[in-house]
Design a protein around this ligand. Sequence first.
Ligand code: F3S
Length: 428
Amino acid sequence: MDYKMTLTPEQLDILNGSEGEAMAKVMKTLVLYGEAFGAEKMVPVTSAKGHLVTSFGLKVMKPVYNLMDQLIEGGALSRQQFTVDPKPLDDNVPAGILEKLVFKKFMYTMQDSYDSQLKKLGLIDESSYTCTCYMDEVGNAPKKGEYLSWAESSAVVYANSVLGARCNRNSGIIELFGSIVGYVPYFGLLTDDGRKADWIIEVKTEKKPEAQVLGSAIGMKVMEDVPYVKGLDKWIGNELNDDAKAYLKDFGAATASNGAVGLYHIDGLTPEAKESGESLIRENAKVYVIDDAELQRVQDNYPIMWKDIEAAPKLCFVGCPHLSMAQLIEWTENISSSLKKNGLKKVTVPTVLTAAPAVCEEFGKTEYAKTLKESGVILSYICPLMYMNNPLCKKKAVITNSNKLRTYTTSRYYRSEEILDIITKEAK
Ligand code: F3S
């Protein structure tokens, strides 16, 4: 077969079966995928670790399990160890008898066997299930300029923008193939030109914009383009400290899910913007001005998918993407002091905070763990989206401060301060 791409002798050897038939098919898939996007070459994956998007053992995904078996039998294992997105189930998270039955008997029946396939392919360990694999406690943070083969949209946009690594918004399985063969096609966000900004965003708010609403507004406006954001450093500073990183994690996840952003630059803050400044902006870039009224307009337009919009919330999720340690501590302190102020001991809406297993473990060693438990809040490692991904949840009045969760489920969005108020005041 003739390929349009220029391939190295080693890549051609792999295509011709030097490492077995399974590896040849993996390489061929990536080459054809790259050619579809106009890639002219394949480049080595240079990050130390990979990250996979698919962690759930849904019964309907049989072709994926068959493919995994073929890869394992053919010796096409991942060249790099990897982390993977969060699991869908945790017995600590409230669920009705019917829901538990649906989860375990109908939906996630393949969870155990899929977990064991992941281990054989290269999963690091049991605590590697999180979308925020780049947290210090987890230890999968790529370095600036490294080429990655990831697909989780919130992690890809973080790695590109905050860490300065280079990764396209791949689909699930394609990212696994890149980790297996050790090459990815060179196009899009891997190239200097693909990292140039098509939009200038001017943030002109009177108060610090809510990360998830600002990200949502930008995502819906620019879609898959690269935005260069001016005026935000005024609110989150010029240093990538824990607060700024947590803000950008939530902001980025919203740009990636409400639009399809894979990279953003924050003037005076993110690595490439600090290095190259406005030379990153393309000539004739479009301009989008965001003030407080625009953010309110965006939030007011979120559809409410509940059957009864007056329903009392039955469940609250905070932590999509997974919370950082600093965010967990902040939520614990805020919940505790708001309950005290209202003369209450426990939250009035069942509330689940989600974080990476390694972050949960570290948090468990702090004094805050006891305070959080006493306030009745559940700490879990699940993916709330996977939890809600069933027909029974459609009828449930779930609230969240996550714009990603709002977009993909029937959950209702509130800003963090609104969530805090709802879960810590006397139920109606
Ligand atoms: Fe993470 Fe699941 Fe949200 S993967 S970003 S918690 S949808």
